[in-house]
Design a binder for this molecule. Structure first.
Ligand SMILES: Cc1ncc(COP(=O)(O)O)c(C=O)c1O
Length: 446
C-alpha cells in the first residue's frame, strides 16, 4: 500500500486511491507488498491465461531482448513475429490466416477499422465509412474504438470527440431490449442490423463489429446460437465486413480457441489481444481474410498505418512460448471443463437474494445483482452494489471485476470473472467460497 506520507509520482487511474501494490505472482495467485495473497479470479483482466510465474517465458524474453529487442516494422521483418503469426494462424478459423500485430486490444480494433476502410477505399465503393456496433459493448479506450464502444459510462465525458456511428440494441435475453422472449423473439436484436443498414445505406457502411460473448461491459452475455449466423448472413448480403472482437474471448477463454468456433461462423476479421501473450507480452492482433489481403496485394498498396511497437520481437517471442504452453496443456479444453463446473457452482449463489442472473461460457462468467429476483428491479446506482462486492472481495483476498449500467447506462450492477485458464476445481471452490462470504457481508450492509 502507499504510505500516507509517501507521495507517488504515478498518475494512476484513480489518484485519490491507495492501490495495493503487487510484487509477485505464482500460478493463480498474486501477492502484495504486505504479503497478502489474492486469488486472481480475473487473470489480470482476462490476460494471464497461462498463470503467473512461468519461468520459461521469462527466459525466452530475456534471450530475445539480448539478441534483438526491436525491429522497425516499416523497414524490417523479424523472426519471432513470423514464427508467432504462423502459430496463431493454425488456430484461426477458415481463411483468416494473415495476422497484423499491434500492442493491445484498442490498437487492434483501430487497425481493423482502418483496414476495413482502406479495403473499400481501394476496392470501392469509396463511400463506405461507417462502423456499426452495439450498445452494451466495449471495444477499447482510443477514440475510434470508443466510438464503436456502447458503454455510456465510458463514453460520456468524451462524447464531443466521438464519431457519430450507429449502435444497435444488445443481445441480452435477461433484459430483452424488445421485451420479448427467446425463441419467440425471432432474434429481433440480430435483425436490427439489417434495419440500421437500410436506414443509413449499406454503401456507407464498412463493418459491423461485436464481441461474440460480451465481456466486462455486459458480464459475460452469451447470445442464442442463431445470433451470429444471422448477423453473418446480413453482412454478406449487404457487402459489409463482419469483425468479431475477440480481445477477451480469444485463445480459449470460452472453452474453444476462438468464441466464433461455437457457431462455426467465419468473420472477415478477428481482433485479439489480452490472452494472446498469456499475460507476458503487451500484444494485440487483427486476423484478416484472404479477400481483404488480396485487395492490398492486387492494388500493390501498403496499409497506410503504423504503430511503432507493432510486431515487436520481444512481445512475439514471449507470446510464442506462452502459446506453446497453452497448446501443451490443452488450456482451451480445460477452460471448457472447468468452466462448466464454475458456472454450476456460481449458480448456487442465487440463494443470495441479490443475485439475479448467473451466465457465461467457459471460464468467462458474470453475475447480475438485483434488488428483487422476481421483478429484476435493479439497485439504485448510489448503492454501488457491484463496487461494494468488488471491494469486499478484495479484502477477502479475491480479485473480481465489478461493472454496471445494464438497465439504463447507470443502474444495473454486474460482476465479471475471467480466471486464468489453468484454474482447477479446487480454485473454483475457493473462488465460490470467498464470493459466497463476500455476498453475505455485502447483504448485511444494504
Ligand atoms: C472486447 C474488447 N475489445 C477491446 C478491448 C481493449 O483492449 P485494450 O484494453 O488492450 O486496449 C477490450 C479490453 O477490455 C475488450 O474486452
Amino acid at each position: 500500500m502507499n504510505h500516507p506520507d509517501e507521495h507517488s509520482h504515478l498518475f494512476t487511474l484513480d489518484p485519490t486511491r491507495d492501490y495495493p501494490r503487487l510484487v509477485r505472482g505464482e500460478g493463480v495467485y498474486v501477492y502484495d507488498d504486505q504479503g497478502k495473497q489474492y486469488l486472481d479470479a480475473i487473470a489480470g483482466i482476462g490476460v494471464v491465461n497461462i498463470g503467473y510465474g512461468r519461468k520459461r517465458v521469462a527466459e525466452v524474453m530475456a534471450e530475445q531482448a539480448a539478441r534483438l529487442s526491436y525491429a522497425a516494422p516499416n523497414i524490417f521483418g523479424n523472426e519471432p513475429a513470423e514464427r508467432f503469426a504462423a502459430q496463431v494462424a493454425r488456430w484461426l478459423p477458415g481463411d483468416l490466416k494473415s495476422i497484423h500485430f499491434t500492442s493491445g486490444g484498442s490498437e487492434a480494433v483501430e487497425a481493423a477499422i482502418k483496414l476495413g476502410r482502406q479495403y473499400f477505399y481501394e476496392r470501392g465503393p469509396e463511400s463506405k465509412h461507417l462502423v456499426i456496433s452495439r450498445w452494451t459493448s466495449y471495444h477499447g479506450a482510443t477514440l475510434g474504438a470508443l466510438s464503436a464502444t456502447g458503454y455510456p459510462g465510458r463514453r460520456k465525458k468524451f462524447t464531443p470527440y466521438l464519431l457519430d456511428w450507429p449502435h444497435i440494441p444488445p443481445v441480452y435475453c435477461y433484459r430483452c431490449p424488445y421485451n420479448k422472449e427467446y425463441p419467440g423473439c425471432d432474434l429481433s436484436c440480430a435483425r436490427a442490423l439489417e434495419g440500421t443498414l437500410n436506414e443509413v445505406g449499406a454503401d456507407n457502411v464498412v463493418a459491423f463489429i461485436a464481441e461474440p460473448i460480451v465481456g466486462a461491459a455486459g458480464g459475460a452475455i452469451v447470445p442464442p446460437s442463431e445470433y451470429w449466423p444471422i448477423v453473418r448472413d446480413i453482412c454478406t448480403r449487404h457487402d459489409v465486413l463482419l469483425i468479431a472482437d475477440e480481445v477477451i474471448t480469444g485463445f480459449g477463454r470460452t472453452g474453444r480457441p476462438f468464441a466464433v468456433n461455437h457457431w462455426e461462423v467465419l468473420p472477415d476479421m478477428i481482433t485479439m489481444a489480452k490472452g494472446i501473450g498469456g499475460g507476458y507480452a503487451s500484444l494485440g492482433a487483427v486476423a484478416v481474410s484472404t479477400k481483404i489481403r488480396g485487395v492490398f496485394e492486387e492494388k500493390g498498396m501498403p496499409f497506410d498505418h503504423i504503430f511503432t511497437f507493432m510486431a515487436n520481437p520481444i512481445s512475439t517471442a514471449a507470446a510464442h512460448e506462452a502459446l506453446k504452453i497453452w497448446e501443451e496443456e490443452n488450456l482451451s479444453e480445460k477452460a471448457a471443463q472447468t468452466g462448466e463446473y464454475l458456472l454450476h457452482q456460481l449458480d448456487g449463489l442465487k440463494r443470495h437474494a441479490i443475485v439475479g442472473d448467473v451466465r457465461g461460457l467457459g471460464l468467462m462468467a458474470g453475475l447480475e445483482f438485483v434488488a428483487d429476483q422476481t421483478t429484476k428491479e435493479p439497485f439504485p446506482a448510489e448503492k454501488a452494489v457491484a463496487k461494494r462486492v468488488g471491494k469486499i472481495a478484495l479484502q477477502n483476498g479475491l480479485v473480481t471485476y465489478p461493472g454496471g449500467g445494464m438497465v439504463d447506462g447507470v443502474r444495473g450492477d454486474i460482476l465479471s470473472l475471467f480466471p486464468p485458464l489453468i484454474f482447477s476445481r479446487q480454485n473454483v471452490d475457493e473462488l465460490v467460497d470467498k464470493l459466497d462470504k463476500t455476498l453475505t457481508q455485502v447483504e448485511q450492509t444494504l
